[in-house]
Design a protein around this ligand. Structure first.
Ligand code: HEM
Length: 125
């Protein structure tokens, strides 16, 4: 039996770097998301790409740099209501739609982003 990870199937870290690039292209022009993000987008971009690579079975580069992900805690400083979550998820799913990857891997990522972005909601309204 061989175990294959999504990380391997999509071709490794370059896939996640490119996905996050496309996601951030949307963040930069999104009226809901842009004000929540800091002026310098580069550090967050790198952190998200490394996190996703690690999450989907790549090397633990995110944890080596930043420690345990504790994502809900790391988002506690941002007001994330349903509106912000929806804007985030739309940007990520659009970035994923433009990806060149096997359908099974894309489906798994869509499901993950949908569930995990909902779990990040920390405010009403
Ligand atoms: C699937 C759901 C999500 C995942 C996996 C995720 C992942 C991450 C990661 C790994 C970071 C970097 C943390 C660090 O500095 O180490 C981050 C930062 C951030 N996330 Fe999320 N996130 C998600 C959902 C959301 C949602 C729904 C919002 C709402 C707008 C959001 C807004 C932000 C912001 C504003 C930052 C800070 C970026 C910066 O400091 O440059 N995230 N996220």
């Amino acid at each position: 039996m061989t175990q294959t990870t999504v990380f391997e199937v999509v071709g490794g870290q370059p896939f996640f770097d490119a996905l996050v690039e496309r996601f951030y292209e949307r963040v930069e022009v999104d009226p809901t998301l842009r004000p929540i993000y800091p002026t310098d987008l580069a550090p967050g971009k790198r952190a998200l790409a490394l996190f996703l690579g690690q999450y989907w079975g790549g090397p633990p580069s995110y944890s080596a740099e930043k420690g345990h992900p504790r994502l809900r805690m790391r988002h506690a400083g941002f007001v994330i209501a349903e509106r912000e979550r929806d804007a985030w998820l739309s940007a990520m799913l659009a970035a994923l739609d433009d990806a060149d990857a096997p359908q099974a891997a894309v489906s798994m990522m869509r499901e993950y982003f949908t569930t995990a972005s909902t779990a990040m909601i920390n405010a009403g309204g």
